[in-house]
Design a protein around this ligand. Sequence first.
Ligand SMILES: NC(=O)C1=CN([C@@H]2O[C@H](COP(=O)(O)OP(=O)(O)OC[C@H]3O[C@@H](n4cnc5c(N)ncnc54)[C@H](OP(=O)(O)O)[C@@H]3O)[C@@H](O)[C@H]2O)C=CC1
Ligand SMILES: O=CCCC(=O)O
Length: 325
Amino acid sequence: MSCASALSHARTSIVLGRRNTVHAHRRSSVVSRATTEKTSTPMKLAFLGCGIMGVPMAKNLIAAGHDVTVWNRTESATKPVVEAGATLAKTASEAARAADVVFVMVSTPEAALAVAHAAKEGLSSGKGYVDVSTVDAGTSRAIAEVVRSTGAEFLEAPVSGSKKPAEDGALIFLCAGDEGLYTRCTDPLDVMGKAHFFLGDVGQGAKMKLVVNMIMGSMMGAFAEGLTLADKSDLSQETLLQVISLGAIASPMFALKGPSMVAGNYPPAFPLKHQQKDMRLAIALADELAQDMPVAAAANELYKRARRDGCDDEDFSAVLKAVKK
Ligand SMILES: NC(=O)C1=CN([C@@H]2O[C@H](COP(=O)(O)OP(=O)(O)OC[C@H]3O[C@@H](n4cnc5c(N)ncnc54)[C@H](OP(=O)(O)O)[C@@H]3O)[C@@H](O)[C@H]2O)C=CC1
Ligand SMILES: O=CCCC(=O)O
């Protein structure tokens, strides 16, 4: 077990975790995993949603020794998780009944709310429901209401990080809601992620996630325009990637996606339809707050065009195709 050390910001409370560094700032706190150690106290968990993200997340929970019951709307998608050792449930409520804490990772706000209603019958006092899908704050509050009406606790915990971080247990969880449940979930969050923040009341995690993805979507739009402009200017795109990698705008995202974009490949890690959903939800949040977002709004138009052109299930970097057009 590694030693935990304390870091502090001004006027912060400091908590030393079992194997973590914990530092708090105002109403939010962040926990960063200080080790790759995967020890855990086995918990009875359910995992609902076996898409690109759900499968590796559930498999990591199983690999860490948790007892996982799995459900997915389309049963065939549960196969890799069942093969890894999960118990298959026929319905969301059956999965929820079998577990102490339920994790949910589905596509859209509508899907997340539908799953909460479907799981409701299996929830009761003493249980926890953690929705890690990317949704808007209003939907998250609606899910919280459904969950809490059963006596169960609710945590929203959308994630930053894509398919590879999900496989590597290196996601970043943006949590808000019932703090007792957050504390109870320390081990599963450590298994699936490299850091977790607690941001306060339900909605704050959802909003943080939308802000981050709005920035990411705008960055990708600008990157796609840069690659296209370089090409049309008789500049090598590979050289552009090298220049970017050495300067102030270097980013893991450009380094990861750039070479495949130059090659015209867009294997789906983060589907473009989900990025456009997140741009739409972030813009709606800005609308509520009467904030101008001209850059994000322009980027959103590119994603909408790419969707119309059939790029829904390609990686969001396929926005390059809309720019080129
Ligand atoms: N991919 C990524 O890099 C990241 C994605 N996210 C977010 O995580 C969530 C999941 O993403 P990802 O795994 O990529 O998505 P996928 O499109 O791969 O999977 C979507 C999942 O949602 C399920 N689903 C869709 N509609 C319903 C419904 N009405 N009822 C029940 N289940 C439904 C699907 O079930 P079925 O198999 O039956 O269709 C599937 O399990 C999204 O909110 C996304 O924005 C967050 C961070 C990174
Ligand atoms: O919501 C998707 C996030 C993808 C990422 O953080 O790389």
